[in-house]
Design a protein around this ligand. Sequence first.
Ligand code: NOJ
Length: 573
Amino acid sequence: MKYLPIILLALIGISCNTKEKATPQEKTWWKEAIVYQLYPRSFKDSDGDGVGDLKGVLSELDYIQRLGVTAVWFNPIFTSPNDDNGYDVSDYRGIMKEFGTMADFDSLLKGLHQRKIRVVMDLVVNHSSDEHEWFRQSRSSRTSPYRNYYHWWPAEKGKPPYRYSLFDVNHDAWMYDSATNAYYLHFFSRKQPDLNWENPKLRDEVYDIMKFWADKGIDGFRLDAFGFAAKDTLWPAFPKGYEKNFMPYYSMQKGLHDYLREMNSEVLSKYDVLSVAEGAGNSLQDAHDLVDADRHELNMAYPFDWIDVPKPEGYDLVKLKGIISNFDSAFRQKGWLAMFLANHDQARMVSRFASDAPEFRDLSSKMLNTFILTMRGTPFVYYGDELGMSNIRFDRIEDYRDMPTLNEYQRLKNTGGDLRQFIENLKFGCRDNGRTPMQWNDRTQAGFTSGTPWIKVHPNYTSVNVAAEAVDSTSCLNYFRTLTKLRKDYPTLVYGTYTLLDKNNPDVYAYLRELDGEKILVALNFTDHKADVKLGLTVAKAGRLAGNYAQPIDQKFDYMRMRPYEAVVWKLE
Ligand code: NOJ
């Protein structure tokens, strides 16, 4: 079995050190896109209730356009009781009350399209809210036509085989419901019952919902937790302790590819849409299978393999480079990747992958943005990262808002766990760090709201904010704009091949992008000290395209000495 990965690589015609020429990828808008991920709850509040809303986003469309991004992915905006900030949908065709109305959404869509910015929506259909009408009906009687929209286990059969819940306070995914003396399944919270994808009626309902939004004119779907949708409903017992590594038991189970092929033929193939699932299975082969155009499933893979590499004590850059380079190799000929270092489920990228110490925050944010915007794969940029927003690191549990975090705290409290250590860990990894309000200016609440924000504003808003950075030509924001322009000006950065240079260098990530004889070199120092990199390139001429230090680096391309968190982008001849 240990040779399996090698065989799989061979099967899909790839090798990490391949020198073969990539066949040119078919050109599509979503490969050329620069996606801005916008967490509506935290972007801009227009009515003073402390929660971001659609009118708030509408008031900042010019800001979004000036970033140079070409698509926006909205985290869920559908009707929801907000147990999990919208990832618990109670009406898939309605807009969350706090966010506004369908008329607001229509204006938003129109405004973005007028600015040539596409719209990608979250589709949360591994589970719904327990307040969705389907679930109300389902739980009302064992003979309800909606009973099989969800997974039920009759209590007279005893306790169901243990299933791990990621969010439940006891981590038990079966919740007893007295109305019909049965347990329902919830891989996430009790208020997020899992939908039963084996039921063709449920699948049709989902396709209708997708058509509803696609007919409105949206340009893409991001499928939340969809890797978990297929389940073995014979409910076999899983080995004791499986929850420590539950992915092989939960992700990409039998049936999933069939559901995706059906979704593709019913909906996706009929519209010119981006389709990306959260996560990309358990292997390179899984990732590739999800998006191989010949298989007619999705068109973009969003793997998590590199996102979990950083740890509070640091991380191994060679490992990070290896993971990303392997993915690139797997997608060299066919299939397409998303490229990202943060999202709403992560703490801030600068605090995890580089340094948010005052002397380095700006340089390191620019360096990481250089990476995202010069790599092969569609860049996904998380709101606020264009400014260099960083972790807030709350000291008190009372400041946290994230439901699974609060549940875990409660669980530890109930079981006598180490609460102090838990809070310390949250400062590095809790996703609330990545959800603090957008920092617009140095006025009250960073210009996010006139009321009390649903989660506290990072105290560094007085200097890290849009207004201040907009007028500073050397700011992170303006550097970000330079990079989005560069990506649009140089198709090499989109379609060019990627070759890792000085592979075992522990400090510097350097690579070459090449297309039709054009060569672009990117070198990034991921450390807070000077670092040497051996590029081994013979260069006749070089032009600097971007860099995060005002003074260009000494140009020598056999080797370079880079300054702390330095990023350079050169065109070579
Ligand atoms: C993944 C989403 O990204 C996350 O925010 C959410 O909590 C879970 N799925 C449950 O929907």
